[in-house]
Each structure stands twice: as C-alpha cells, then as structure tokens.
Design a protein around this ligand. Structure first.
Ligand SMILES: Cc1cc2nc3c(=O)[nH]c(=O)nc-3n(C[C@H](O)[C@H](O)[C@H](O)COP(=O)(O)O)c2cc1C
Length: 200
C-alpha cells in the first residue's frame, strides 16, 4: 500500500507532525510505503476558481508544484491529512492544498468520470484525518471533519478514520501522551494491513 501524507502544520516539531509520524511508523511497520507532502514548503498557489479543470479532463491548469502533488494523489492508495486546528478549521497551508483538489471535484461531479485506481488497484482511496487542537474541546474539530468529508467525496474515496486529539497546545505537548501516539501508530498499522479502523 502506498500512503500519501499531507502535513498541515508549519511547526517542524509540532503536535500534528508527531501524531502523523507515529501513524506512519505504524503503517511502515506493516509494510506500507509512504510519501510526504509539506504544502508550507511548496509553491502551491490558492485556487483561482478559473474552472479550466473542467475542460482539461479534471486536471488543474495552473503550473506550480501542485502538479507534483496531483500525480502523488493518483499514485497513492490512501491519503492522510494531518493538521493543527486554526480558528476551528484546518490550517491555511493545508486548506490551500485542499482547494486545489477542486480539479478532482470537477472530474467526479462535472465530468462524471471515475478516479483512476491507485497502485494497489482500487479507485477508492482510503482517507485519514489526524487533527490536534490547543483547547480541550471536541467541538474544535467540527470544521476539519466537514472539510475532510468533502475532500474524500471529491476524491471518490472513503473516510476510513478520524483521529482528533484535543488539548495539546505547545510544540511537543503531545509527546507527553504516549497513549495518543500509540492510537495513531495502531491506526497506521491497521491501515497498512487492510483492516478496519476500529479494533474488535
Ligand atoms: C493561528 C492559530 C489558530 C489557532 N486556533 C485554534 C482554535 O481555534 N482552537 C484550538 O483549540 N486551538 C487553536 N490553536 C492552537 C493549535 O491548534 C495548537 O497549538 C496545536 O497544537 C497546533 O498544532 P501543531 O503543533 O501541529 O502546529 C491555534 C493556533 C494558532 C497558531
């Protein structure tokens, strides 16, 4: 299985990155291959709404580093979005990347074409949301969960799992919660093994 992970936090030692790293360690331990995208380090412009993807077979016409990301989406079997919660939403860095997925929305809903299959053969990519908030309130994740739902619908994929970790504010705070990191590790392992997200 090939997993594409997208890191929404610009903090190198941030909590969502730590959560993602545990998830990916678990996935690798079960044989998954992993590719990582860091939108904050890439030249990815915001979507301009030109809608030319509708005339371009569902491919964005803007020639920037999103083109590489587009190919990486197609070359994956599963997509993991890891994000800090910023004002009740995903980070702007991640949202900029997500808005450029509008070309996949056009492929699905305007052109009515199927998503090409991933390397393992399935066109239905599995999606995972990993999110961390500073405040210890589950309501902080409402926005990110809805955005994740729309992303996976546009990718003609499946919302396989959501792991939302509230109450970790300063960089590295989440390292004080080995049980949260273990949950992420186990989730990654289960994804790579083709199991359901919920352990029986
Ligand atoms: C611009 C900004 C907005 C934030 N908004 C929220 C928020 O709405 N709710 C919340 O609980 N925490 C909020 N936080 C706190 C972050 O979610 C928290 O620090 C988190 O651990 C950051 O994850 P990271 O270390 O992966 O970057 C915000 C932090 C920043 C910098």
């Amino acid at each position: 299985m090939k997993i594409l992970a997208v890191i929404g936090s610009p903090r190198p030692k941030g909590n969502s990155t730590a959560l993602l790293n545990s998830f990916l360690d678990g996935a690798r331990s079960a044989g998954a291959e992993v590719e990582i995208i860091k939108p904050h380090r890439m030249k990815i412009a915001p979507c301009t709404g030109c809608e030319r993807c509708r005339e371009n077979d569902g491919r964005c016409v803007v020639k920037d580093e999103f083109q590489t990301a587009y190919d990486m989406v197609l070359a994956s079997d599963a997509i993991v979005l890891a994000t800090p919660i910023y004002f009740g939403s995903v980070s702007a860095q991640l949202k900029t990347f997500i808005d450029r997925l509008q070309c996949f929305w056009a492929l699905h809903f305007i052109l009515k074409k199927p998503m090409p299959p991933g390397p393992a053969g399935s066109p239905t990519r599995k999606g995972v949301l990993l999110a961390v908030s500073g405040q210890n309130k589950d309501e902080m994740f409402v926005g990110a969960r809805i955005i994740f739902k729309h992303v996976m619908s546009s990718l003609q994929g499946e919302r396989w799992a959501e792991l939302c970790a509230p109450g970790f504010d300063l960089p590295g705070d989440i390292l004080k919660s080995p049980e949260t990191l273990q949950k992420a590790y186990e989730l990654g392992r289960r994804l790579a093994l083709g199991l359901s997200a919920e352990s029986e």
